[in-house]
Ligand binder design. Sequence first.
Ligand SMILES: *Cc1c(COP(=O)(O)O)cnc(C)c1O
Length: 426
Amino acid sequence: MAVLAKTPSQQAIDLENKYGAHNYHPLPVVLNRGEGVYVWDVEGKKYYDFLSAYSAVNQGHCHPKIVNALVDQAQTLALTSRAFYNDVLGKYEKFATEYFKFDKLLPMNTGAEAVETAIKICRRWAYEKKGIPEDKAEIIVCNNNFHGRTTTIISFSNDHTAREHFGPYTSGFIKVAYDDLEALETALQNNKNIAGFLVEPIQGEAGVYVPSEDYLIEAKKLCEAHNVLFIADEVQTGIARTGRLLATCGNCSCENKDCSGTPDVKPDILILGKAMSGGAYPVSAVLANDPIMEVITPGSHGSTFGGNPTAAAVAIAALEVVKDERLAENADRLGKLFRAELNKYITHSTICKLVRGKGLLNAIVIDDHEEGDTAWNICLRLRDNGLLAKPTHGNIIRFAPPLVMNEEQLIDCVRIITETLKEFEE
Ligand SMILES: *Cc1c(COP(=O)(O)O)cnc(C)c1O
């Protein structure tokens, strides 16, 4: 007979451990409700969500407008496959292409699928438009990239854990250092079969590495000079997260004007996912102009769920929320406040050396002498103190709350974070 009944949290964790594959190492907290910037665990404790499902929930948990769009469309017509037309997909494609200023959109479901799609489009363009000999196309990628989990994508990852014993790997990728224009230029000069350059405007998973101011603009110029497609993976940085509608959106300042203005760095291929649906449904997309997208012909690519009416309705609502609630502007303003407040603390800190980021995609770097689990332990203590975040790459903690946060809440979160860090100072 059990002496002590297990808590509901422990029961849920035990079930996952026993019946689920162990492909994650979650922070021990079991959530069952979310609203706006908050989530609740099964014991009823309330937390600030500072991960936002890896920036999928930019619009806040269970946003009523997005949930209504989901429910309405799911009750009307959920899935047709692309064997037939449906009456929402076209509306969504018109809406999203005008929103992001591209001729065409190809709908998929997950971020990794959208990256795969972009790679396929780029390769076809290389053979059919650029004239690269069959099977010779190369795509330049960056060290420490994160683009998803498929076999091809992990083929060009540096992450040992993500790659080990999953070979043989897909060929046709060349790695260069991130934020290194010389390395990019050398790679472009050394090989005439380069089709594309795939890059994250900020490397999120790697630890929120923000490149130098002119990196993306100059990289785009190099690509243009070599007739190479500039492919921006904005799955994490897109949809207002970095204080602009897109991180590639150059000098487009959200305080002064509508952030959907033509970006300074316009990618040839734009990859979006995560917050395209505000976290309500898997929705991803690849956008490009006609001269590139036209290489895709009937039968050459597809997805049973991609472009389904539910996804289309949800995505329209999710993108409308971003504009209606001026989330880019809010992320820009609160992000500056967040870094300013944390920088005040860091001046006297021995445990935390650095805060960096853009908009509300930020990270702190923990000074972990023992190369141990300090960042993990800080995240456990943050949880106890009512704020959920997760370490990325050992000693880095990413802070990415929903963009619907207000200033009072942000200041409260800064208090929780700094008081928690204090507990770890020497
Ligand atoms: C999360 C992410 C992906 C993969 O998206 P999934 O929906 O998990 O497949 C790809 N690229 C970037 C930059 C991401 O952050």
